[in-house]
Design a protein around this ligand. Structure first.
Ligand code: 9MR
Length: 730
């Protein structure tokens, strides 16, 4: 088993070392593989899983057995390969295989923890040459080159020759294909909304532009506005304003500086579809239930983690050794992201997003999400959120405290469908943050499910009260950063925001004075929480402020909360105005956060809330302008939402939407938000290809780039909540 995600820490350290080093002097090119041509027999290559390497026409061939689960269950390779951190290698070989089969070709560590430094999974067919360059992110004498060919139900034949790993080569220069230099919202501009585009150019003076309809007829002309060098991308840019074009139209393009943009629409239908697609994404993330093909054609799969081998859970999950002496049935819930873990702090903010969309945007209750519960008398969005709420409630320990997370004991590789995950599952310790996430969301649920399920409402409120009291009695149980094997850490040692959020939701639901007192005495109540990141799974105070501001209640001094939300929104508007791509996000030092797409969406949620509070037009304009970045008006000319826009992210890191690795699997469903640029490039692919990237460029639509291109339940919650507001603007 190749525990590739554990290279996260090693890789980060290596990247820092490389970044701090002087300009590299490249060593001579040196072949690291011995007898890669198989001219001298098969030594020192090895084969496992009952396979023998046979030489056929001078090539090494194996008959791969059928019936294995994972790629690494059948492999051939060579060990004792030395690798040097920071050095670039050219990895190449010739190979053939029965049509459609996949080889996972890796360079990694041959011993525990089997880190993978580089991997590619080409689809095989006739004899072909394969070649890539990567930069090693660790030094070792125990490296390995291997060809993993397991995971097929049927036997097949794999042949390989000219296996080569040459060190000392110049690093690969990665140039993303960014298409035309005129950047637009590739999905749609609203007819009565602002309309801006961005031109990347070397020109420093205004240029003429022309807007054409689908048949090439000019419908508007104007001149660009030079904006200088954009800090978030390092590009010299101009902006284009065509806000006075208000008619619905499709297939529009803008031409300027000899370039023509990708086509786009003026209209709002796409966002109405996206509103439900962004929420439909949760059904296919569900654990504990078979996904039905009639509801999601192409996405059907057996139920994951329901106690059926090879799964080991989640119906009676023990704690990590020494952590507790009971087991819990924690089946159900949503898988967090591209992994099979389930984490309460991230489940919490995700449920909040869906319930806030329900509570604040009334149209959401009529959405048909095509889920098994559709057609019952409960709004689909509540049925979907309930799937996670029941899981969150099940994570509550007898003490009232809540376990931080449950996930695999070790990291698994890709692809791996949920029902095939063989890892033991473990509950991790309780934490104050997780306990408060349950308190907040169960309290929120208790007011929203009231018309539909009295028993659930009662149970949720009781759990919320118990959790809140348990957190107050145990205010400093922090999930540590080091707990990151087999699942993400979701470490959170600042919990004043979670206390504030839980108190606010309990107050909004019960109106009780004791909760109002806690809200009013919290340091978060008067703090300006609207920094570069308004809110996310780790910082939840802004979520509390938005709910306090928008849900009718009698908190003393409520107008100051509303004023804070509006003032926060004004800060984001100011950032947006000076940003030539219209982005309401300016991270300190231009260091873009992991999951920046969702940060940008959540900052827009604050602007949307300010619009609700004040009715002022500038917030409406800012909210709509801010959408453009997500849908293609950006440095990479890509829509970060699958299925929306001419060129959109489609290879988000996922163990089951792994079409990039296995063509028989689907891409993520339409409406899935990609994490987006992450300046800290924390995975091997990003480290290999994106070194030195500036802000917006720190992204690659590759399934192995988990630090720039994952999908998660909290990121889609930000998108769903945002689009809910957009579709209800008047
Ligand atoms: O979204 C999380 C990001 O804010 C953190 O910086 C990062 C490292 O701890 O983890 C991200 O969350 C991942 C989680 O740990 C495991 N499941 C996938 C999540 C998205 O990448």
């Amino acid at each position: 088993m190749h525990l590739w995600e554990r290279s996260r820490t090693i890789a980060t350290i290596a990247a820092l070392l490389v970044a701090g080093a002087a300009a590299p002097a490249y060593a001579d090119e040196v072949e690291q593989v011995v007898n890669g041509t198989f001219d001298n027999g098969t030594d020192p290559f090895w084969a496992n899983a009952g396979m023998a390497i046979a030489l056929t026409d001078g090539r090494a061939c194996v008959d791969v057995p059928g019936g294995t689960v994972n790629r690494w269950d059948a492999a051939i390779g060579q060990n004792d390969i030395a690798l040097v951190a920071g050095e670039s290698y050219r990895f190449s070989f010739d190979a053939s295989g029965d049509a459609g089969h996949v080889v996972r070709a890796i360079t990694g560590l041959s011993v525990d923890p089997y880190d993978t430094y580089f991997e590619q999974s080409p689809i095989l067919g006739d004899w072909q040459h394969y070649e890539w360059t990567f930069t090693a992110n660790a030094s070792t004498e125990q490296g390995q080159v291997a060809f993993q060919v397991g995971g097929s139900p049927d036997p097949w034949r794999f042949c390989v020759d000219n296996v080569s790993l040459v060190g000392g080569v110049p690093p690969e220069v990665y140039e993303p294909d960014t298409g035309p230099r005129v950047r637009v919202n590739q999905v749609a501009y609203l007819p009565d909304g602002p309309k801006g585009a961005t031109l990347v150019t070397s020109s420093t003076t205004a240029l003429p532009w022309i807007l054409k309809d689908g048949s090439g007829r000019a419908i508007q002309k104007g001149r660009t506005v030079p904006r200088g060098v954009d800090a978030s991308s390092g590009q010299n840019v101009h902006t284009i304003d065509f806000g006075n074009v208000r008619k619905n139209a499709g297939g529009l393009t803008i031409t300027t500086d000899g370039e023509t943009s990708r086509p786009f629409d003026i209209g709002d239908r796409a966002y109405r579809n996206l509103r439900s697609d962004a929420l439909k994404m949760y059904y296919t993330q569900r654990s504990g239930i078979a996904i039905r093909d009639d509801l999601r054609p192409g996405y059907a799969r057996p139920a994951g983690h329901v106690g059926v081998a090879p799964n080991q859970g989640d119906t009676a999950v023990p704690c990590q050794p020494g952590v507790c002496d009971y087991t819990l049935d924690v089946s159900g819930g949503w898988y967090d992201a591209g992994d099979h873990g389930k984490y309460v702090v991230n489940g919490g903010i995700s449920v909040w997003g869906l319930l806030a969309e329900y509570e604040h945007n009334r149209g959401s209750r009529k959405l048909n999400l095509s889920i098994p519960e559709s057609g019952d008398r409960v709004p689909d969005i509540l049925d979907e959120a309930r799937w996670e709420l029941d899981f969150l409630l099940s994570m509550q320990a007898p003490t009232g405290l809540v376990h931080h997370k449950i996930h695999d004991r070790e990291w698994t590789g890709l692809p791996l469908l949920p029902h095939l995950d063989p890892q033991p599952r473990e509950l991790h310790p309780v934490s104050t943050a997780a306990t408060l996430n349950l308190a907040a969301t169960a309290a929120q649920a208790a007011r929203l499910y009231k018309p539909y399920d009295a028993a659930f409402t009662k149970r949720a409120l009781a759990a919320a009260r118990t959790a809140y009291a348990a957190a107050k009695a145990n205010p400093a149980l922090y999930a540590p950063e080091s707990d990151n094997v087999g699942g993400g850490a979701y470490n959170d040692s600042k919990v004043s925001d979670d206390f504030y959020w839980a108190a606010a939701e309990l107050f909004l639901t019960t109106g009780e004075k004791k909760y109002a007192t806690d809200v009013l005495s919290s340091p978060e109540h008067t703090a300006d929480v609207f920094g570069p990141v308004a809110f996310d799974w780790a910082s939840t105070a802004a979520a509390a402020k938005i709910d306090l501001a928008l849900t009718p209640n009698r908190l003393p001094g409520l107008s100051s909360v509303k004023a804070q939300v509006a003032a926060g929104a004004d800060k984001y508007l100011a950032i947006q105005r000076s940003h030539p791509y219209g982005v309401a996000y300016a991270p300190t030092g231009n260091v873009w956060d992991w999951g920046s797409s969702s940060v940008i969406a959540n900052n827009l949620v604050v602007i949307a809330a300010a619009h609700r509070i004040t009715g002022r037009d500038r917030y409406r304009t800012g909210l709509l302008t801010g959408l453009d970045y997500l849908f293609g008006r950006n440095a990479l000319n890509i829509s970060y939402v699958t299925g929306y826009g001419e060129v959109a992210a489609e290879n988000q890191h996922s163990r089951w939407y792994a079409a990039q690795l296995d063509p028989s699997l689907p891409h993520p469903p339409p409406g899935t938000l990609a994490g987006g640029p992450n300046s800290s490039i924390q995975d091997p692919v990003a480290q290999s290809l994106l070194q030195g990237c500036v802000g917006q460029f720190c992204y690659i639509d590759d399934i192995q780039s988990w630090s720039t291109n994952e999908l998660t339940i909290n990121w889609n919650a930000a998108l769903a909540h945002l689009i809910g507001y957009v579709t209800e603007l008047d």
